[in-house]
Design a protein around this ligand. Structure first.
Ligand SMILES: [Mn+2]
Length: 300
């Protein structure tokens, strides 16, 4: 399939700086490897970013403006039958990438790989960081302010699955119960094994849907292994498990319509550890997306 790499360099969704630099660095690393089409959206440097912890709607207007542009760009490419790979940026950019795919493919599922469930609303958020709200916005649970640009059907909560969560706020937990999305915690991964959990996620997100959007947040990995993220959480998954998730996704690539890799923060990385993992994940997924739908001749 034709692939389209989109750099979504925004960190307006989090009070910590640096995630806006992630895509530039990763796309530069991929230069020798990736020969397909790409584009980049850098956040307006004239924005005076709100980092005020008491601000409950930090950079809401600016994020909406940024995501409107990102949404339009991805939408055009999906209509032209491209497989978009969106590199964040903080996780708020996924409202644009997930909904662009939902608009064109209609009735898709979503698998959200993340230490957090990103299921807050403006009423329940403790930090006021909008990167903690996107999955609720994408699945139509309140947060309509974050999808003014979208006129399609949001993704059904029954087709939304989170993998690797271990940091869920109390009020956010109530949102999750009301919505009916499925959450597999890090503990579930330990008990059932990572492959079984991802297979189960594909079963849920793929049931009677026309495709699945993948949104992979690097903070799902343990910060000892991948420290280059804005909001690290202890007791994360191993590098082997992180790669196994990707390999299981690739096994199901025929169902996958689109992929995000988000939250790489080069300012927080140590010895380029996180960067290397991000590159490995991207290289695998790009190769798989390029080969998607290709006829494999039988061996005689
Ligand atoms: Mn996230």
């Amino acid at each position: 399939m034709k692939t389209f790499v989109v750099g979504a360099g925004s960190d307006l969704g989090v009070h910590i700086d640096g995630a806006h630099l992630g895509p530039v660095q990763l796309m530069n690393d991929l230069k020798g490897f990736y020969k397909g089409e790409s584009t980049s959206f850098v956040q307006d440097e004239n924005i005076i970013k709100s980092r005020n912890l008491s601000d409950r709607r930090k950079n809401e207007y600016e994020i909406d403006k940024y995501n409107t542009k990102l949404y339009q760009a991805i939408l055009e490419k999906v209509k032209e039958n491209y497989f978009p790979i969106t590199i964040g940026g903080d996780h708020s950019i996924a409202v644009a990438s997930a909904l662009a795919n939902a608009k064109v493919h209609e009735n898709i599922g979503i698998i959200w790989i993340d230490a957090h469930t990103d299921f807050n609303t403006f009423d329940t958020t403790v930090s006021g960081n909008i990167h903690g709200l996107p999955l609720a916005a994408i699945t139509g649970y309140k947060n309509h302010e974050l999808r003014y640009f979208f006129d399609g059907n949001t993704i059904q909560p029954s087709k939304a699955v989170v993998i690797g969560a271990r940091s869920i706020d109390d009020w956010e937990q109530d949102n999750i119960r009301y919505s009916g999305i499925t959450v597999f915690t890090t503990e579930d991964i330990k008990q059932k094994g990572v492959e079984a959990v991802v297979e189960e996620a594909f079963r849920i997100a793929g049931e009677k849907t026309k495709g699945i959007h993948i949104s992979y947040d690097l903070d799902v990995i343990d910060p000892e292994i991948a420290p280059g993220v804005s909001i690290p959480e202890f007791d994360g998954i191993t590098e082997e498990e992180a790669m196994k998730i990707n390999e299981t996704i690739i096994k199901h690539i025929d169902q996958v319509t689109s992929y995000d890799l988000v939250e790489f923060n080069p300012l927080r990385d140590e010895g380029r550890k996180t960067e290397q993992i991000a590159i490995n994940l991207l290289a695998q997924i790009i190769r798989a997306a390029e080969n998607k739908g290709k006829f494999t001749p039988k061996q005689y």
